[in-house]
Write a protein that binds this ligand. Structure first.
Ligand SMILES: NC(=O)c1ccc[n+]([C@@H]2O[C@H](COP(=O)([O-])OP(=O)(O)OC[C@H]3O[C@@H](n4cnc5c(N)ncnc54)[C@H](OP(=O)(O)O)[C@@H]3O)[C@@H](O)[C@H]2O)c1
Length: 288
């Protein structure tokens, strides 16, 4: 392969689990582009040097995953507004003046997925509930604020973290509220969009126990966990006849802006891509 071929990578520690090479590799092939996407294990001690040396290593940009998202945010020349608010970066690229830039595309990924599966959702969503207060929940709350959701209720096991997330400044028409995990049921009757942004329900983690019987029949249920592909929450919501949005779509949509910045073509999230990644998830985590 020629050294001039544009190549990007994903960096993390460990990095074995990343599905980004499959996604970007699919788009490179689909668009007939000569480029590459690699997976690089970068321990925290090597992070600064790796990021500084991206160009020398031949990279036009990179994805950044656990545990480097926050540290990298302090290393770039320019952050998008989203990355700045979240204090976390998952995509690096060079702009036209060759400055290293950082974005957090989880917000665009979450919204792109919701828009695709539940078009017009924001017009029906006066009240949303977000479960969790970690990095993903922060991105989801930010996404909902950008779409003018009036009231966002945040429930988290560690209540202080929910309170901290609810303390960010919002416009006068909007409200963020923290509720103790043990009291989340009380509010479900008015919730039009329920988002699980905890790691509960994920393969190898504790189950997510939420009684969704109080949700209105017009509610949308979105679980951003995608291993397993169909979580217990999604299965319960589907069984009740609610509109469901799974987490795999967010993973696919968050990759779109990165590919476009590196390779100059806006790629599509197609059924073929979805099938490819579903196959990989099922290969690693078969579920009866
Ligand atoms: N679909 C996508 O593209 C996408 C993107 C990003 C993340 N995700 C998924 O979102 C999930 C959260 O990721 P993250 O980056 O936000 O992780 P994180 O920063 O570590 O946050 C984890 C969250 O889960 C909660 N939690 C963990 N174990 C719990 C338990 N036993 N009981 C109650 N709450 C528990 C934590 O509550 P405490 O604060 O009380 O510890 C916290 O709110 C992961 O499953 C990740 O795979 C999906």
């Amino acid at each position: 392969m020629s050294a001039a071929l544009p190549k990007a990578c994903v960096i993390g520690h460990p990095i074995g689990h990343s599905r980004s090479p499959l996604i970007h590799g699919h788009w490179l092939r689909e668009n007939g582009l000569a480029g590459a996407y690699e997976k690089v294990d970068v321990p925290p001690a090597d992070l600064a040097a790796f990021v500084t040396g991206l160009t020398e290593r031949g990279y036009v940009g990179a994805n950044v995953t656990v545990p480097h998202k926050e540290a990298v945010a302090g290393q770039v020349a320019a952050l998008t507004d989203t990355a700045s608010v979240l204090g976390a970066v998952n995509t690096l690229w060079f702009d036209e003046t060759n400055r290293l830039c950082g974005d957090n595309t989880d917000v665009a990924g979450f919204l792109g997925n919701l828009d695709e599966v539940a078009p017009g959702w924001e017009a029906r969503t006066q009240v949303a509930m977000v479960l969790g207060a970690g990095g993903a929940a922060k991105a989801v709350v930010h996404a909902l604020l950008t779409r003018r959701v009036e009231r966002i209720i945040i429930a988290n096991r560690n209540f202080a973290r929910a309170q901290a997330l609810a303390a960010r400044e919002v416009s006068p028409e909007q409200r963020l509220e923290a509720v103790p995990w043990s009291e989340l049921d009380i509010h479900l009757g008015e919730v039009k969009l329920l988002v699980n942004a905890t790691s509960l329900g994920m393969h190898g983690q504790d189950p997510l126990v939420v009684d969704i019987s109080k949700l209105p029949m017009t509610a949308v249920v979105n679980d951003i966990v995608y291993v397993p592909l169909e979580t217990d929450l999604i299965a319960a919501a589907r069984a009740r006849g609610l509109l469901v949005v799974d987490g795999l779509g967010m993973l696919l949509h968050q990759a779109v802006p990165a590919f476009e910045r590196w390779f100059g073509i806006r790629p599509r999230v197609t059924p073929a891509l979805r099938t490819l990644i579903e196959g990989d998830v099922l290969r690693h985590h078969p579920r009866a």
